[in-house]
Ligand binder design. Sequence first.
Ligand SMILES: [Ca+2]
Length: 597
Amino acid sequence: MFKRKLIVCILILLTAIAPYFLRGTSAQDQEMVFVMAYPSDIGEMNPLFPRSERTNWFLIQIYDELIAYDEQLKPIPWLAESWEVDPNGKWVVFHIRKNAKWHDGQPLTGEDVKFTFEYWKNAPEDASGWTILQNIESVELVDDYTVRINLKEPDGFALEHYGGYYILPKHIWEGYAADDARWDDPNDKEAHIGSGPFYYVERVPDEYIVLKKFEDWWGKDVYQLPNVDVLRIEVIRGQAARILAMREGKAATERYELWGTDVNTVIEAPETDVITGVASQWDYVLGFNLTIPGLDDVRVRRAIAYAIDRDEIVRIARLGWGTPTWSVIPEAFYPLYYSEKGRFPEHDVDKANQILDEAGYLDVDGDGIREFPGDPNKELKFDMMVLSWDDISVDAGAAIAQELKKIGIEIEVAITDDAVMYPALYALPRDYRMYEMSHGFGPVPDHVWYRMHSANDIDWGDNCYGLHSEEMDRALDEFMRATSLEDRKRAAEKVQILATELIPYIPLFLSDDTHAIRKEWVNYTMLPGGPFTSYNRLTMLYIYNVEMMPAVTETPSPTPAATPAPAPGVNWTLVGGLAIVALIVGIGIGFVLTRKK
Ligand SMILES: [Ca+2]
């Protein structure tokens, strides 16, 4: 009898002190703060008009979409717990979760979803994904939590397309214009109410943004609440400064990849690791304004395509951390849809020069720069915009200028900030000649439609080249409408072949996904595009700081990281905690056995 009481006392005592050990002494009651370093501020907050992937990554924390993606880029349930898709691509039905709430506590229903699609469709044409929405015939509320989207033309990517819009609160935005200034007001907290795993707290433009974990998030029963309590986005200009911030513990990671020169610095630093191993979503391209004399001549663009030496560019701009891309649907990212027949030409300077000679662009005065046919006063000379805070873009631009010099085309590299460059490329009327930078890939290769269909030659549309080709439009329409894999692959091949003939832009390379991260941050999710793409919703649920949370007792990630998380050193607090747990279990088993007797 006495013995049993003693055991019970020990059990109670150990149960009481075990959490203390398991949490870790220094971290007890401390909030887990995750700091993401950005090279530049988000600029806008309106979820209908994100202009950069930086903004999208901010937005996915606050707003839910109907679907998300796993490591194989397969759609997984998100705000929609299930869906049905018409085999003929003419409708998609989403079943919305019944327990979702907005950050102000209001329930989220099918009304909000229907409102979102109608509101977004009626927004100005420069709203993100606007052209896709114009294919909506009607949005039906089947019941309070079931929304059916009926389409005018078939859409083979209907699930991925309509599953990918930020769902907006009707009770806040009904009656306001989609581009109302309220959306972008950092001081108007109600204007940033979403239903996502984090809620908006504060933004000081060009400095920082603070988000906090939403304890009432619907996903707590389906996935889990984020381990992180506070998500802070910190604007830190210059990669050297961001690496320093990481080494000093002021940032956990940064938004973009490391430049080649910094990869080894980060590997060698004791505080940081490099995450790598999946294809990058960053598609570096050389793009042309097709309305500019000279660049409107496909022979000039073809000569440039031959003059490009991708291996050299990857060597110079990426110090080898890159993968040349030969098609507008690169094999490295979309192996399913890549076609050998749609490859851009191999590097061949003689062929490039021959094309220009035959087209009549000759260097009449012998100064090394070619002139226009019959016009000795007009040289083949263009400026090329590159993105100032992206060293990869800047270095690749310099390499391209060297390569084009060899074929008598003079390039002046214009190093510009995004605040100058994006409007020059995307806002009408466009004001650029050539550019070289990266665009982000998404889970499905519909970027070819956005970039090359004439329907997207609109204000802030992705067809910033001004390409108008009936043949390309037809191939792209077939590609988007195909509902069988065979049809879609056939159309994708046609698109790739046409891109090598029309050459609105030249694919250059994907940078390898090289992310710097402080070693104590573990359990991120790897999918094509890396742990911090704007369609990777899992990383910010599962990532945690091992020093603050040595033992994850909650459900671990159903989608564990593909790359092994950095191994933590021996944590004696953890060992102590686990020893106590083992002791409790042991004594408990003993207790049960004793009772049985
Ligand atoms: Ca000349």
